[in-house]
Design a protein around this ligand. Structure first.
Ligand SMILES: C[S@@+](CC[C@H](N)C(=O)[O-])C[C@H]1O[C@@H](n2cnc3c(N)ncnc32)[C@H](O)[C@@H]1O
Length: 254
């Protein structure tokens, strides 16, 4: 299946995915953007509201999709060092948001280092409102991911989700160690689903949520993305979760 066949179910997001997403430089897959914005739609159906935040906003590719999935009155916070590959990246981020229909009142740009950020500082940017959807895509080291995970957890609404980029990526094998250690430190959290890679650049994402929200989200995701469910699921010993993929085949064994 091509990712072009996968939708979020939100007209503004799907229009951006079809006509704008590939034109904005970035590293997240269209498939993951469709499923993540679809998960935001599901949050709305379940009565979950609040802002979104992203560490590693870069030029805005994924951020714009999330911003289009916001409900009225909600806001998206884009955090980045905005120094790579050059200082003008922050201008390109703002220009991409404008070009693809995310108005200034819908977004907060924050040039900052997530490694030294305090939860209270982040919440202050959002007028104290806890985050319902947090995309973590900043520095890809084990230490930095552990810190970003703690930051995201500290500002997360009880019904919120945390999405982690570049999981199981051949170039970042130790990120999985940080996730496993986090899950041991936070038994209230679990992996809701794995969104399989499209390419080595547009890699796999993990979606985390609180254990007490797992079944509600899983049921809705299963219904929305039934054609993308890889039959065997993922084993987090003992927790099992959904694997969503563009390729749902199993190995032929006889
Ligand atoms: C892989 S890019 C993000 C791609 C983007 N999320 C997308 O989906 O297209 C990683 C970004 O993380 C940012 N970054 C790295 N370390 C950071 C830190 N400590 N604090 C904030 N941003 C950081 C980099 O500047 C870079 O723009």
């Amino acid at each position: 299946m091509s990712s072009a066949a996968v939708c979020s179910g939100i007209a503004a997001v799907d229009a951006y995915l079809d006509a704008g997403y590939a034109t904005v430089p970035g590293m997240s897959s269209r498939f993951a953007a469709a499923v993540c914005a679809g998960l935001m739609r599901i949050q709305g159906e379940l009565g979950v509201s609040g802002p979104v935040a992203e560490i590693g906003a870069f030029e805005g590719r994924f951020f714009i999709a999330l911003a289009h999935a916001l409900a009225d009155g909600e806001i998206a916070l884009g955090i980045d060092l905005f120094d790579w590959p050059n200082p003008e990246v922050i201008d390109r981020f703002a220009a991409n948001c404008g070009k693809h229909g995310v108005p200034k009142e819908r977004r907060i740009i924050w040039k900052a280092d997530s490694r030294t950020m305090q939860p209270a500082e982040l919440l202050a940017k959002l007028d104290g409102r806890p985050v319902r959807f947090f995309h973590v895509d900043g520095e890809h080291s084990r230490t930095a991911l552990a810190q970003d995970l703690e930051l995201a957890t500290a500002v997360l609404a009880p019904e919120g989700v945390i999405v982690l980029d570049d999981m199981l990526h051949p170039g970042y094998p130790t990120l999985m160690v940080a996730v496993q250690e986090y899950l041991v430190r936070h038994p209230e959290m679990c992996v809701l689903c794995i969104i399989d890679r499209e390419t080595i650049v547009a890699a796999t994402k993990f979606v985390l949520c609180r254990q007490d929200w797992f079944k509600r989200y899983e049921e809705k995701l299963l219904a929305a993305y039934k054609d993308n469910v890889w039959p065997l699921g993922a084993d987090f010993e003992p927790h099992w979760c959904l694997v969503l993929s563009l390729d749902t085949r199993l190995a032929a064994i006889v």
